[in-house]
Design a protein around this ligand. Structure first.
Ligand SMILES: NC(=O)c1ccc[n+]([C@@H]2O[C@H](COP(=O)([O-])OP(=O)(O)OC[C@H]3O[C@@H](n4cnc5c(N)ncnc54)[C@H](O)[C@@H]3O)[C@@H](O)[C@H]2O)c1
Length: 378
């Protein structure tokens, strides 16, 4: 772990465990030059310290990329999110981090955690300060329920389409994952007139070149969760992974990390890839896509709708007023469209990938803050 510390961080890594519940978890605070560490809390049976460190670093770039004043951080709990003693595991995790939360870190939503889980974490810490993404009934901003991240992903699809002179209403789209991000992306893109030709969940995929009925899919998701793919007949069933290579103008990976490797980067037919998931592509795959002329909107811009909402939710922890959700959507649209345009422009101008271009811009901001705080060697 010590070998992976570089000039940006991480500043702090806290591993915790609890014998009674079997809870094991980790908090990584990557870089706080622009503000306290903030990033979601993930629960998965396979989560590792390395994975959480990568995600925390991505948060450093995400906050700086959209010019919001928080630092990169992320937390992970190694457990099955469907475990019957989830509440006890969450409470044990919160208790173990009482030195850090809420002063240095505030819990948030990521894969495996829901608004109700955020409420438990907040309760265990006490007061209203320990978590964001809590339910509306607690004065929170339930951003998965509102679909803020997917809304932002769809806005960046629209911005990328505009950049190449395409109308979103003429685009076909394939979406990997139909969870909080994937489903909300589909809803907003359907509103913008796009045709969703394929989706997938962990249970399989659906493909219809004439378009899927998004309203129907959302209803089946409410009823059956990931098994929705078994309850929709107007499409051909496809295996997990096939949604990446079905013919579509736009591919939105919105499920897993590391799904676009060099092989996939050469094979995928889309002209635009918008990264709804965190870390879905490798640096070499990004380079192959650039060489092929495929426009890529990097994860830390495309899915930054969540951080815009989280920034508003952070403020509302200390307010008796409900957060203004309408302004959250407006802010997401403005910030993410600008970020997409800048990344595409810089990439074209400098002959680098959009990831490199956008990361460089974010790094300049973080480096300036580190210098101003006297954190760099003199
Ligand atoms: N929720 C947010 O606000 C948010 C914000 C930023 C980034 N992200 C990132 O977006 C991604 C998805 O997050 P989420 O909150 O939507 O999670 P989620 O748990 O709500 O949904 C994940 C979806 O991926 C599907 N999936 C799992 N394995 C699959 C496979 N092999 N093939 C196809 N689909 C598969 C699941 O069935 C589910 O539909 C993650 O990388 C997460 O870090 C989420």
């Amino acid at each position: 772990m010590l070998d992976s510390i570089d000039e940006w961080g991480p500043e702090k890594v806290v591993c915790v465990s609890d014998r009674r519940t079997g809870m094991r978890g980790v908090l990584v605070i990557d870089n706080t030059a622009r503000g306290m560490g903030k990033g979601g809390t993930r629960m998965s049976p396979t989560v590792s310290t390395t994975e959480v460190m990568r995600l925390a670093r991505n948060m450093t770039w995400k906050w700086a990329g959209v010019d919001l004043f928080y630092g990169g951080a992320k937390a992970g709990i190694r457990a099955d999110p469907h475990t019957s003693d989830k509440e006890q595991v969450l409470r044990a995790f919160a208790r173990a981090l009482h030195n850090e939360v809420p002063k240095e870190y505030v819990f948030g939503l990521d894969v495996g955690l829901t608004e109700d889980d955020a409420a438990i974490l907040e309760d265990e810490i006490g007061g209203r300060g320990g978590a964001v993404g809590t339910p509306y009934a607690l004065g929170g901003l339930p951003y998965d329920q509102l679909g803020v991240t997917g809304y932002g992903v769809a806005e960046t699809v629209d911005a990328a389409a505009q950049y190449i002179g395409r109308d979103t209403a003429s685009l076909t789209v394939s979406i990997q994952g139909f969870g909080a991000v994937g489903a909300a992306t589909a809803r907003r893109l359907a509103d913008l007139g796009a045709t969703i030709v394929a989706i997938s969940t962990s249970q399989g995929g659906l493909h219809n070149p004439d378009g899927l009925d998004v309203e129907q899919l959302l209803k089946e998701r409410d009823r059956h969760g990931d098994a929705l793919v078994n309850h929709y007949s107007a499409a051909k069933p496809i295996a997990c992974g096939e949604e990446i290579t079905v013919p579509a103008d736009v591919l939105v990976p919105a499920a897993l990390q590391d799904v676009i490797d060099d092989h996939m980067a050469r094979a995928l037919p889309a002209a635009i890839v918008v990264e709804g998931a965190n870390l879905p592509s490798s640096p070499s795959a990004q380079e192959i896509l650039r060489e092929r002329g495929v426009l890529v909107v990097p994860d830390f811009i495309a899915n930054a709708g969540g951080v815009v909402a989280a920034a508003v939710a952070m403020d509302s922890r200390t307010s008796g007023m409900r957060p203004d959700t309408a302004s959250v959507f407006t802010n997401i649209s403005t910030k993410l469209r600008a970020g997409t345009h800048d990344a595409l422009e810089m990439s074209a101008r400098d002959g680098v990938t959009t990831h490199q271009a956008a990361r460089h811009a974010a790094q300049l901001r973080v480096a300036e803050a580190m210098a101003l705080r006297g954190r760099l060697p003199r």
